[in-house]
Design a protein around this ligand. Structure first.
Ligand code: NDP
Length: 396
């Protein structure tokens, strides 16, 4: 018997609510709140049709701690799942502390006026969560999230030390649009246009944005794609927790058409987060761009193909060198048929549901602020297979 309050009715929130409704033995009550209540209602209607589960919905401004506190007091959930935007993380953690509720999210806090991807703001809550006897689980999406669990699984079952980690995120899907992002455009473009960064021999090395690339031959017929080195937030915690790590990098595939559009938009200042005056008011060019780009949710019925996200890990076991690749392949069309969303939202919403399930069933517990790789990977890995994100591991 457990009650969950999900905040955020976007692509990821929608998948998470649908998936929670498929596991009624864990999620006895699912409540959904977001800034725009009509979006919650549309998700609730789809969930009712597909699963027969009724999801009560609410409007909340998650930037306003008092508003969230009032909502939590009304619902009395066992866990708050934050699937709004990274800007809301700290306000929602504050609301959880004030009401004594556990917390889970899928993306690290980002200050609205600065594209910075760092855990320092959320790590600063460590002591307060510990003293309150509460758990905050950070980054329970795919990357971060499943990629952290893949690393923990490899560490537990396959290696004494992992020396080299390459996380490779491939979206081999096609939505047929000239330019669109698969999740929130503002967050996505902020992430992609920042400088690249990877970990080598104990320090961070910076690269110009998307200036390093490699070709990788993805399995199961996906084929060879060009991948670009980027900074990604899970690297920050993995280099602390994975034993023996000498180098850690993150790669993502982009098509030429996507990159050409991005470069033009960047070149003319449309991806800037510096406010400019327009029509007598200050606007952020990137926020304006988001308003004219397709809603990621609208890509669901249009996207064909598959994603392949996984970790290539090189290390030693019993004195022998080995390389292990652990990955998941997810079909955009199958995700859409099951829950009405494309695979990018699906691969994030499913691990958010599984992370919530780990906390609510007591399989994962702790007092303080935790990353996924600090928990036992086994029940999470088993749940991935059972709930739509089966994984494969091969020695290369
Ligand atoms: P969307 O933009 O589709 O959805 C965000 C939702 O949050 C919207 O419903 C939005 O409301 C709501 N929201 C925004 N601000 C507030 C606020 N102040 N109060 C209440 N609700 C608010 O984003 P996605 O679903 O694509 O992404 C959700 C989260 O998942 C993001 O943090 C993203 O970074 C993360 N993510 C993580 C991944 C991973 O693998 N770890 C991968 C992909 C995404 P409204 O509709 O009114 O705008």
């Amino acid at each position: 018997m457990s009650k969950v309050l999900i905040i955020g009715a976007g692509g990821v929130g929608s998948v998470a609510v649908h998936k929670c409704a498929q596991v009624p033995e864990v999620f006895t009550e699912i409540h959904l709140a977001s800034r725009t209540k009509s979006k919650c209602d549309a998700i609730a209607a789809s969930v009712l049709t597909r699963t027969g589960v009724t999801v009560p919905t609410y409007a909340v401004d998650a930037d306003n701690v008092a508003e969230t506190v009032a909502l939590i007091k009304r619902i009395k959930p066992d866990l708050l799942v934050n699937l709004a935007l990274p800007y809301q993380d700290l306000a929602l953690m504050d609301a959880c502390l004030e009401t004594g509720v556990n917390y889970l999210d899928t993306a690290n806090y980002e200050p609205p006026n600065e594209a910075k991807f760092e855990y320092k703001w959320q790590w600063a809550y460590q002591e307060r969560f510990r003293q309150a006897g509460l758990m905050a689980l950070l980054g329970s999406g795919f990357d971060p999230g499943v990629t952290n669990v893949f690393a923990a699984h490899a560490m537990k079952h396959h290696f004494d030390e992992i020396h080299v980690l390459d996380i490779i995120d491939c979206n081999a899907g096609d939505h047929g649009q000239a330019f669109a992002t698969n999740f929130n455009p503002e967050i996505n473009i902020r992430e992609i246009t920042q400088r690249g960064r990877y970990w080598e021999r104990g320090e961070w090395v910076e690269t110009d944005p998307l200036s390093w690339s490699m070709s990788y031959d993805f399995p199961e017929g996906i084929g060879t794609k060009k991948c670009y080195l980027m900074y990604h937030e899970e690297l920050e915690s993995l280099v602390m927790h994975i034993k023996g790590l000498k180098r850690a990098r993150f790669w993502m595939t982009f098509g030429d058409q996507y990159l050409t559009h991005l470069r033009v938009l960047e070149g003319i200042g449309m991806t800037s987060i510096k406010p400019v005056e327009f029509g007598g008011q200050m606007i952020q060019p990137l926020q304006f761009l988001k308003a004219v780009l397709p809603e990621p949710g609208s890509l669901g019925p249009l996207t064909k193909g598959r994603t392949c996200i996984g970790n290539v890990m090189k290390g030693v076991k019993d004195g022998r060198e080995k390389t292990l690749y652990v990955y998941n392949i997810c079909s955009h069309e199958a995700a859409y048929a099951e829950v009405g969303s494309q695979a990018i939202s699906y691969t994030t919403g499913v691990p958010a549901m599984i992370g919530a399930m780990m906390l609510l069933t007591g399989k994962w517990s702790g007092k303080g602020v935790f990353h996924m790789e600090q928990m036992d990977p086994d029940p999470f890995m088993a749940a991935l297979n059972a709930h739509g994100l089966p994984w494969t591991e091969v020695e290369l």
